[in-house]
Design a protein around this ligand. Structure first.
Ligand SMILES: [Zn+2]
Ligand SMILES: [Zn+2]
Length: 202
């Protein structure tokens, strides 16, 4: 080993006659005898050959240290890669969710719009219909009232007793019908209010 080292000892660039037989410890470099006496005067210089195993050891230690650093860097690389992948997947998922939500809202709006249009077109509670029903009710009520008055005026007790149930039923039915008409007129009014409100919003 020593022989090989000796045979390969390079010459100094600055002092061509001299070989780099020494190693300057503070400067960490090979030096020749002249360098040692001139440029590296006062530096702790030792025989190069004696330094080889020590430097080898230093380099091996550096290699060992770098190995664990490389391992942890590779691990970091994998983790970051995985994270960035899941990050990308996540943002794609969020994008998809937004689209789905948007489409859902659009479909719902379209549905509501169609429903409203249908209601406006085919509402069974058209004011005209309600009006007609009210007129019919008034006619029926007037008739019932007239019949009842006539029976009372006629003062025929058998007729009065005989018609009692019919007339009471007729008044009851008319009363029920009247409540129903009030409800219809009211809900129609509310419906129209809703439409107007909606219209003012659109
Ligand atoms: Zn030199
Ligand atoms: Zn030096």
């Amino acid at each position: 080993m020593k022989e090989i080292f000796a045979s390969q000892t390079p010459r100094c660039d600055k002092h061509q006659e001299e070989k780099l037989r020494f190693y300057c410890l503070p400067c960490c470099m090979l030096v020749c005898r002249d360098c040692m006496l001139l440029t590296h005067q006062g530096h702790n210089c030792v025989e190069a050959a004696s330094r080889v195993s020590c430097v080898k050891e230093d380099l091996k230690n550096l290699l060992a240290a770098s190995e664990t650093e490389v391992v942890s860097a590779r691990e970091m690389d994998r983790t970051i890669d995985k994270n960035s992948q899941s990050e990308e997947e996540n943002s794609k998922k969020v994008e998809k969710d937004i689209d789905e939500h948007y489409n859902k809202v659009l479909r719902k709006l379209k549905y509501d719009r169609d429903e409203l249009v249908l209601q406006v077109r085919h509402s069974p509670l058209k004011m005209k219909t309600v009006c007609e029903e009210v007129k019919n009710w008034l006619t029926a009520m007037t008739n019932t009232i007239e019949v009842t008055k006539k029976i009372l005026e006629g003062n025929n007790q058998w007729e009065i007793l005989g018609m009692k149930k019919n007339l009471t039923d007729a008044f009851d039915r008319l009363s029920e019908r009247q409540k129903d008409l009030t409800r219809k007129a009211e809900s129609r009014r509310v419906q129209q209010l809703c439409y107007h409100l909606l219209h003012s919003l659109l």
